[in-house]
Write a protein that binds this ligand. Structure first.
Ligand SMILES: [Zn+2]
Length: 239
């Protein structure tokens, strides 16, 4: 029975037209123009390119709109699996000539890094890593544990850039001893949320000065109500 279901499913997948695959893939602005199924290897390959109506190209250097295309090229990325099928998308991309930056690749939100994975795939790996070890996330998605860790770091960096950070009202400053070679790092944390905010090398007045200078605006500095530090003099001087 299960075998029959599988054969039927395969027949459905094979009979599907590229326009159906376009809808299933669901990449905004892109259409599937070719697909390939490998039943034995359980692999699905889709070829996608921009819809003709969507030719708003963005320079990856400066983020501005550009109109001059130098050439097109193909990039192969892993996307989320489809049923039992490991899914690869071969996507057509452009190199553009930007008045400010010269020849650059176009910026595509679906492909946030140079690694061969779609954003959706990286998000799923990152989310799986929140609740499981990298080795388990790797088993679930296929890439090696080290790849999962790299994907997870990019996922967290993007998450950190876009999320709203709670205001810093009560700050904690502490130092961690890392051993003879690296000595100390300074850790600034938000005591309201219990979240570490920033790490700096050593434990000098300049270390903490750097935090205040680079991480907080004048307004944010003024909003800090209390600071909890130990008896270490340089921190108190900085505050
Ligand atoms: Zn540019």
């Amino acid at each position: 029975m299960l075998g029959f279901v599988r054969v039927a499913l395969f027949a459905i997948l094979r009979a599907m037209a590229d326009k159906d695959w376009t809808r299933i893939l669901g990449w905004p602005g892109y259409k599937v123009y070719r697909h390939e199924l490998d039943e034995r290897g359980k692999r699905l390959n889709l070829w996608a390119r921009r819809k003709r109506s969507d030719r708003q190209l963005v320079c990856s250097g400066c983020g501005k709109l550009v109109s001059e295309i130098v050439e097109s090229y193909e990039r192969e990325v892993r996307d989320l699996p489809c049923f039992e099928y490991l899914t690869t998308v071969v996507v057509e991309l452009y190199r553009v000539r930007c008045p400010g930056c010269g020849v650059r690749t176009e910026k595509v939100p679906l492909l946030p890094s140079n690694a061969p994975f779609s954003k959706r795939f990286e998000d799923a790996v990152g989310q799986a890593s929140e609740s499981a070890a990298a080795s388990r996330a790797a088993m679930q998605f296929g890439p090696s544990a080290s790849t999962v860790r790299a994907v997870d770091q990019r996922y967290l960096a993007r998450w950190s850039q876009t999320r709203r950070k709670p205001a810093l009202r009560q700050m904690g400053v502490d130092e961690i001893y890392l051993g003879k070679k690296q000595k100390f790092v300074t850790v600034v944390s938000n005591l309201d949320t219990g979240e570490p905010l920033w790490f700096g090398a050593e434990r000098k007045k300049e270390t903490l000065d750097e935090f205040f200078r680079t991480q907080l605006s004048a307004f944010q500095r003024g909003a800090v109500r209390a600071a909890c530090v130990d008896m270490w003099q340089p921190f108190r001087q900085s505050i």
